[in-house]
Design a protein around this ligand. Structure first.
Ligand code: GLP
Length: 245
């Protein structure tokens, strides 16, 4: 992977990766204080978000004019549910940074009207986009958000049935030991429309899918591979996740 405006940074440890990611997000936020930001949940960016929140507060960066859009959510959950994507972002960023509710658009995946939730997110991105920075993780099957293998490149927000591997890996977020069978996600078209995309991956468990996604274009079997076509893409790995790239 070496096109112009693409970078791969390999950090020695998860802590180093988190520091680099936090610094990269902070720099974009400093340069686009009225920007629209789309930030993945998941375990990978947890430490980066804590470091980012601390830095924003320490340096007094004004985040009050930024807007945020949720990347994805488990169907049946909202921000009150432990393990939901919204709950993680509330805990690590929206709460600590005091982001006003009217600056955030997030899927309410408990709604009886899921198509309406997708329209809400599409309208928010149309009104306030393009997204200045999308921060992504990668699923074990290469998904981005909940864009599972086979998703078309031009998709907007939509519901997806989740593959078995996504459900079984997803149980780690929930005390119940089960994960929902569906997800709402912004589409690959909206991810690719972001001005910048940053993907973080950590740990040896991700090394195989990282190699398959980024050593050559394997889209649409590996959704994350589409980022090789993005005009401005940064891949941030720790050494354990980088063994095959
Ligand atoms: C989850 C989420 C993604 C996340 C990815 C990786 O299922 N839908 O948004 O980026 O899979 O998660 P983790 O960082 O916990 O490995």
């Amino acid at each position: 992977m070496k096109p112009r405006n693409h970078s791969i940074e390999v950090s020695a440890t998860y802590e180093d990766l988190s520091e680099r990611a936090a610094a990269a997000i902070f720099e974009v936020m400093r340069s686009a204080p009225r920007g629209l930001y789309c930030l993945a949940a998941g375990d990978t960016p947890r430490r980066a978000y804590r470091l980012l929140a601390r830095r924003v507060l320490d340096e007094g960066l004004n985040v009050s004019e930024m807007r945020f859009v949720g990347l994805d959510e488990w169907i049946g959950l909202d921000g009150h549910d432990r393990g939901s994507c919204r709950a993680l972002l509330n805990e690590l960023l929206f709460g600590p940074l005091g982001i006003r509710m009217d600056r955030i658009a997030f899927f309410d995946a408990k709604s009886a009207d899921l198509p309406g939730e997708c329209r809400k997110i599409d309208e928010w991105i149309a009104d306030w986009g393009p997204i200045d920075l999308v921060v992504l993780g990668i699923g074990m099957n290469g998904h981005l958000g909940f864009n599972e293998p086979g998703t078309r490149a031009e998709t907007l927000s939509h519901a997806m049935d989740l593959e078995e591997v996504t459900q079984s890996v997803g149980t780690k977020y929930f005390d119940s030991g089960t994960a929902p069978a569906g997800g709402l996600t912004i589409g690959l078209g909206q991810i690719m429309g972001a001005k910048r995309a940053l993907l973080m991956a950590s740990g040896e468990g991700k090394a195989g899918i990282v190699r398959r996604a980024f050593s050559s274009d394997s889209f649409p079997e590996i959704p994350a591979s589409i980022l090789l076509r993005h005009p401005r893409f940064s891949l941030l790995l720790d050494a354990a996740a980088a063994t095959g790239v």
